[in-house]
Ligand binder design. Structure first.
Ligand code: R5P
Length: 311
């Protein structure tokens, strides 16, 4: 039996209402509301419409296209503390600003560090799904608050088992290996990792897979993030140019716009993603994963947060 958390108040930031409602139902938690709007000069207005006094508050805010969302989120977190919340956490199914994890060119801002520092100053704990931890070993490497990094691999593996005939997995770059290897292992199928050269934000070259290995298989490209869609598209082209079936593209976080979706569609590829970011390709629901993790970690529902291990 799943425990209930009547003292946990889940507050969805704009656009996160469906996830917050699903979590509230799963956890027996309260669902709060917040008012946000823009002043004519572009500044943000934030008002808690639910009483947060004495409650453990979890702000639900996925952080795709983060810049317009982040200030509102930090204002909401600070206001909740100011109004007497016992602690304030963040459920961010997609956690932004992890890819700039070092200075690739002289003078660049290492935005992952600055962003993590800002979030860590304003919230007490963090739950996310498959953060892009490439050079960082864990969230603890940049965040100073307890954080849970949930893994969607079992959900991706189930979807692939149910929907792809004789799948053979492909990772479009070395960074994808951690996700591809985990999913391939759960599905019980082989995988190949390609090499990627990024020449610009939307200019990507991906090495040629060993196409002979795919005979009789459905190629399934797995990556954590699909952003412009160019990485997936470059990998897809290798298969379609060789007359092989267009791959199924499976991503954890779908950030791409309509043009990117149309481009993959034009190449014959099908894109499937989780709903860490609500998207037309979202077919894999992560709400139960997050709900179960919260249910299993009592510190999130109100206990004073201690240092928690990623699950
Ligand atoms: C990068 O390391 C990520 O894992 C993705 O491969 C990347 O973000 C995809 O970007 P895009 O869709 O813009 O090619």
């Amino acid at each position: 039996m799943i425990p209930t958390f009547p003292s946990l108040l889940l507050i969805p930031m704009p656009g996160n209402e469906p996830l917050a409602s699903a979590l509230a139902a799963q956890l027996g938690a309260q669902l709060g509301t917040i008012e946000t709007r823009r002043f004519p000069d572009g500044e943000s207005y934030v008002r808690h419409l639910s009483s947060v006094q004495g409650k453990a508050v979890a702000l639900v805010c996925t952080l795709d296209h983060p810049n317009p969302k982040v200030l509102q989120l930090l204002f909401a977190a600070d206001a909740a503390k100011d109004l007497g919340a016992s602690n304030v956490g963040l459920i961010a199914p997609y956690l932004s600003y992890l890819r700039q994890d070092r200075r690739f060119e002289d003078g660049e801002a290492v935005t992952s560090v600055t962003f993590a520092r800002a979030v860590s100053r304003h919230v007490d704990w963090l739950v996310t799904v498959d953060p892009h931890l490439h050079r960082y070993g864990s969230l603890d490497a940049v965040y100073t608050i307890p954080g849970l990094a949930l893994r969607s691999a079992p959900l991706l593996a189930n979807w692939i088992k149910e929907n792809a005939r004789s799948p053979y997995l492909v990772g479009p770059d070395i960074e994808s290996e951690q996700w591809v290897a985990g999913v391939a292992n759960l599905v019980g199928v082989p995988y190949q990792i390609l090499r990627k050269e990024r020449l610009g934000d939307r200019d990507v070259r991906v090495s040629l897979p060993d196409l002979d290995a795919f005979s009789g298989h459905t190629p399934v490209i797995v990556d954590d993030i699909v952003s412009s869609g160019r990485t997936m598209a470059a990998a897809v082209l290798h298969f379609t140019s060789a007359g092989l079936p267009a791959p199924v593209c499976v991503a954890v976080h779908a950030l791409l716009n309509e043009a990117g979706v149309l481009e993959l569609g034009r190449l014959g590829a099908r894109l499937v993603s989780t709903n860490t970011v609500p998207h037309p390709s979202s077919q894999i629901d992560i709400a139960p994963l997050i709900g179960s993790a919260i249910a299993a970690s009592s510190w999130m529902a109100g206990a004073h947060p201690g240092k928690a291990k990623p699950v």
